[in-house]
Write a protein that binds this ligand. Structure first.
Ligand SMILES: C[S@@+](CC[C@H](N)C(=O)[O-])C[C@H]1O[C@@H](n2cnc3c(N)ncnc32)[C@H](O)[C@@H]1O
Length: 299
């Protein structure tokens, strides 16, 4: 794979269902580096494609990756939490498909300046977009109980209380400003209870939790899916790829409620996961899950 391109997860399964040749408009709410878009265009899609991403840097790279399809493409740099406004102002409310491929891209982890990686030194940032709140503010200003909740709920971190106590102890003396400083604090807490795992970095869950809090990831996906279900036309579909159980549970619950209300039906009775070959060739695919629903009637 070339640098600055994305190995698109579950794309074969998405294409099987999407049948791009038969569609007129597609909204890609997490355009990233345009990995999905590239495969969709290469499958013979001749319609219009709206690519949304909170991250301007990713969109700039994607525009270059997809220059040959620029006549079919429109871009919007913003948060998909505003999806109904974005879609309506770009003339895509009658799209046939809405795609969400959640989480982060390799560009986020590979650039230490973005603060997503516990493996390298960088500022405690973790923002997808340009909102004010970043990880440094949460770590240094959040009341202890809130901080502990973030680690417990978003990170499902069993040592949440101990990690919070250590952070509070340290931040009273000096602000915690870098990824390596925070990773070091969490590692020390793990070692203090005798956990020296080599398989997974001790700070994995803490960093995931902070990223989710900074970007309000569960809140925005809930809002975006509810809005999309409301505005989309009958027979159009939503495709969501999630990467951990909290995301998947949130998506499942929203779709379940919409089905109960008679607004959508499941396209896949069972969640779709990558096959062995895909997991072997793309590590990021190992936890991926795809859910698809179809709109039944106007709301
Ligand atoms: C997993 S990547 C998508 C990769 C893309 N499907 C591809 O094939 O290249 C997720 C992207 O969603 C963006 N993103 C995450 N949360 C977002 C949000 N709330 N609004 C808009 N973009 C978001 C991230 O910046 C990232 O570029």
């Amino acid at each position: 794979m070339k640098k600055n391109t994305h190995n698109p997860v579950l794309i074969t399964k998405i294409l099987e269902n999407l049948q791009p040749k038969s569609l007129k408009k597609i909204v890609d709410a997490t355009f990233g580096l345009g990995g999905y878009a590239m495969r969709i265009f290469q499958s013979g899609f001749t319609g219009k494609y709206l690519g949304i991403d909170a991250d301007k840097h990713n969109l700039d790279i994607a525009k270059k990756n997809l220059i040959e399809f620029d006549k079919q493409l429109s871009f919007f740099n913003g948060n998909f939490s505003e999806i109904s406004t974005i879609v309506q102002s770009n003339g895509f409310e009658d799209a046939d498909a809405f795609i969400f491929d959640l989480g982060l891209c390799s560009t986020h982890v590979d650039n230490p300046e973005r603060g997503f990686s516990f493996q390298s030194e960088g500022p405690l940032d973790m923002r997808f977009g340009n909102q004010e709140l970043n990880a440094e503010t949460i770590v240094n200003r959040c009341p202890p109980s809130e901080l502990c909740n973030i680690f417990e709920i978003y990170g499902e971190e069993k040592l949440a209380k101990k990690i919070t106590d250590e952070i509070i102890h340290i931040r009273k003396k000096t602000p915690i400003t870098s990824t390596s400083q925070l990773a070091g604090i969490v590692t020390k807490v793990y070692e203090s209870v005798g956990i020296f795992s080599k398989k997974r970095h001790p700070a994995t869950k803490t960093f995931q939790a902070l990223r989710m809090a900074v970007n309000d990831e569960l809140g925005v996906i809930k809002k975006a899916l509810m809005e999309t279900i409301k505005i989309m036309k009958p027979l159009s579909k939503i495709y969501v790829v999630t990467y951990h159980s909290l995301e998947d549970r949130t998506v499942k619950e929203i779709f379940r409620q919409a089905k109960k209300g008679g607004n959508v039906k499941w396209i896949n009775k069972h969640v779709i996961i990558p096959d062995f070959e895909e997991v072997k060739s793309n590590r990021r695919a190992r936890s991926a899950k795809l859910r698809i629903v179809e709109k039944l009637k106007d709301m």
